[in-house]
Design a binder for this molecule. Structure first.
Ligand code: LLP
Length: 399
């Protein structure tokens, strides 16, 4: 009905993933926690609405994402605003909306935020995002907690930056924040980062600045192929155990999960167009491409691919590729599949960083999105038309 390529999400799975996270926190005595879903992972307003209705908060990185959260019925009091490059305009919008907290990433940003807030006679509640300098053991492009990354405030500068923050007009220090990377499949980097953060909290409070909440970021990995990430329950049990053991059990704890809430709640459906067997490689050309799903091209990420049709014919090893004019345009390499033109393939675990990273490269309209809700399906985003792609462009006047 909708055509391909199309992203399809399961409402029940989105809700279940949120409940698993919430229950894991409840199991260690954290009631009514702030789980701030990282909007960048999947920002369709129906996805945000599903989470908002479940009681979720949101981690945003732009006023565009704030607008989506508000359009979806999200509560601004449950929004944290992250990102290294917030504009004055974005700061003002978030202040006026009444977001819970700004996660500030540099002294320069702190000074500007103070000016903007004081100018509006409002108070910006802030955390500093500290860079704990731990290796999350993930792809370099999605690792964010190392010294060489652009993110956060260096560990050594944290205390003095907190003192500066506490002295600025329009600024109220409320917490500390840390996010070390994405698709983390091991608990060790999380626990190391937490130790570094708690060391800092102790030093900051000894210097006279109160820290109310600990925001431990997102980053929990999912299974794309054979990864074995810890469950939310195991990870949260270990983190909260350490927080208690080190005498910080009285603090509010929050998280910013993205991928772990949405990744395995979505697939990308794509139709097989042509088969191109060859001497060196067999190519299975499908109608989805790197513009629809960028993760394989950008990070050489593995995404599972299955044929929705059950075929009795023997499997062949294919590179599953799209129509875009780049050799990097592949969705899967060396995949054993039995496929015929007209078959629909499902690219698995595509609910996170799929549609949100889609582009119009090669003047391809972006895919449609559908939500499955029990026995019903809803189109939650129409397929983009070619006319829409250049309606904001202008021809030069004829001479
Ligand atoms: N909080 C902050 C400040 C972040 O930068 C991120 C993700 C998250 C939370 C959510 O992290 P998650 O739970 O989803 O790992 N496009 C890449 C992932 C980039 C992640 C960027 N930051 C990918 O497709 O793998």
């Amino acid at each position: 009905e909708v055509g391909t390529p199309v992203y399809v999400y399961s409402r029940a799975t989105l809700e279940r993933h949120f409940v698993v996270f919430r229950d894991a926190l409840a199991a260690v005595g954290v009631v009514d926690p702030l789980i701030a879903y990282a909007v960048k992972a999947n920002s369709n307003i129906a996805v945000l609405q599903t989470f908002a209705q479940a009681g979720c908060g949101f981690d945003i990185v732009s006023s565009g994402e704030l607008a989506r959260v508000l359009a979806a019925g999200g509560d601004p009091a449950k929004v944290v605003f992250s990102g290294v490059g917030k504009t004055r305009h974005e700061m003002a919008e978030a202040l006026q909306a009444g977001v819970k907290c700004f996660n500030v990433e540099s002294t320069a940003e702190l000074e500007v935020l103070s000016e903007v807030a004081a100018g509006l006679k409002l108070t910006a509640r802030i955390s500093l995002r500290v860079n704990p300098d731990v290796d999350a053991g993930t792809h370099p492009y999605i690792s964010t907690g190392l010294k060489g990354n652009k993110f956060g405030i260096a560990h050594e500068l944290a205390v003095q930056t907190y003192l500066r923050a506490a002295s600025l007009p329009g600024i109220e220090v409320v917490g500390i924040d840390c996010h070390i990377g994405s698709q983390i499949t091991d608990t060790a980097p999380y626990l190391d980062a937490l130790d570094r953060v708690l060391d800092l909290v102790e030093a900051i409070e000894a210097a006279g600045v109160r820290i109310h909440h600990l925001d431990l970021g997102g980053g929990l990995g999912i299974t794309y192929t054979d990864e074995t990430p810890p469950s939310a329950e195991v990870l949260i049990g270990l983190l909260l155990g350490k927080i208690d053991a080190r005498g910080h059990g009285h603090r509010e704890v929050m998280f910013e999960p993205g991928r772990s809430l949405v990744g395995n709640a979505g697939v990308l459906l794509t139709e097989v167009m042509f088969l191109k067997p060859g001497e060196h490689k067999n190519f299975c050309v499908v109608d989805a491409a790197m513009n629809d799903l960028m993760r394989p091209a950008l990070y050489e990420a593995y995404m599972g691919i299955v044929n929705v049709q059950q075929r009795a014919e023997p499997t062949v090893v294919w590179d599953v590729v799209g129509p875009v004019c780049e050799s990097g345009d592949w969705l899967g390499r060396d995949r054993s599949l039995s496929a015929q033109p007209g078959d629909v393939l499902a690219v698995l675990s595509a609910g996170a960083y799929g549609m949100t990273m889609a582009s119009n490269y090669n003047t391809r309209g972006r895919a449609a999105e559908v939500m499955v809700d029990g026995s019903k399906t809803w189109v939650i985003r129409e397929r983009e038309t070619v006319q829409e792609l250049f309606k904001q462009e202008h021809l030069l006047p004829s001479s």
